[in-house]
Write a protein that binds this ligand. Structure first.
Ligand SMILES: [Fe+2]
Length: 279
């Protein structure tokens, strides 16, 4: 099995740390808005904040919905801003992205789309969960087999690394009926597979535009705020939240422990249109 892999140098003590930037929903036109928010401006404010306040990181993980209009320019604008971190950036697609355009555009700016990121003590697996023109996710047979085979091979090694899985769609329900309809549809098979391997420490997603961090069968499932519009937690129908745009910082420790927190820009800078009834 040929796997697209990159090697990442962590901190001298073996830890590896990431900034997770997700659901930027950028447009070709920087002035364009999503539910009342200029997504380019809020993304830019998040980058400014992270450059000033986030602890040091080994790399950036971009977990999908980078573009809202799938334009080449939206991806180029993403790359221009992300490269302000002067860090490697690895990305996977969300349901609003066009994978081909995204991959080709971001590659021109050095942003890669590996299946695996390898560090000394951790393997990070990046999965594509997209279904063309559908908001829900699905892990295709090919991607499922890749995951299954890779994990089985890992399990056969004497010294197994810790694993973090990154995937745009959430796998555990977040408690919002409308968002949970847009979950990874074949999540039960994925959860059964995850349960077989105790070296999988966490699953990191975007998609739900809200923070969550739940321990399920010993595995940590995390979601992260968007850099633009936030969705209200536990709401049965589409409802925006007044919380500020944000991002996540993660430190993957050599022991397998993860220290993480969500950071947000000051509230009140980017208010969305409260009367919007859909997304
Ligand atoms: Fe999104």
């Amino acid at each position: 099995m040929k796997i697209d892999t990159v090697n990442l140098q962590g901190h001298p003590n073996g830890d590896v740390s990431f900034l997770q930037i997700t659901d930027t929903h950028l447009f070709e036109d920087k002035e364009e808005t999503l539910i009342g928010i200029k997504t380019f401006s809020s993304f830019n404010a998040v980058i400014d904040h992270a450059l000033k306040y986030a602890p040091s990181s080994s790399a950036v993980l971009a977990t999908g919905d980078i573009s809202q209009d799938q334009s080449i320019n939206s991806y180029l604008q993403f790359g221009n801003q992300i490269n302000r971190f002067l860090l490697p950036c690895y990305s996977l697609p969300g349901n609003h992205d066009n994978h081909r355009i995204m991959k080709n555009s971001l590659l021109t700016q050095g942003i890669l789309h590996p299946q695996l990121i390898e560090s000394e003590f951790w393997t990070i697996i990046l999965l594509d969960s997209n279904v063309t023109d559908q908001p829900h996710g699905f892990l295709s047979e090919t991607n499922f087999e890749f995951l299954e085979q890779f994990l089985a091979e890992e399990a056969s090694h004497n010294s197994v690394k810790n694993v973090l899985i990154c995937i745009h769609h959430h796998i555990l329900k977040v408690g919002s009926k409308w968002l949970d309809e847009h979950i990874l549809i074949n999540r039960k098979s994925v959860l059964s597979l995850i349960k077989k391997h105790n070296f999988i420490k966490a699953v990191l997603s975007g998609h739900v535009h809200q923070e969550s961090d739940v321990l399920h069968n010993g595995v940590r499932f995390m979601t992260t705020p968007s850099t633009c519009v936030q969705f209200k937690a536990n709401s049965p129908v589409f409802t925006t939240d007044s919380k500020a745009p944000g991002y996540r910082h993660l430190v993957l420790r050599t022991s397998g422990k993860i220290d993480t927190r969500v950071l947000r820009i000051p509230s009140g800078l980017f208010d969305c249109d409260k009367d919007h009834k859909g997304y």
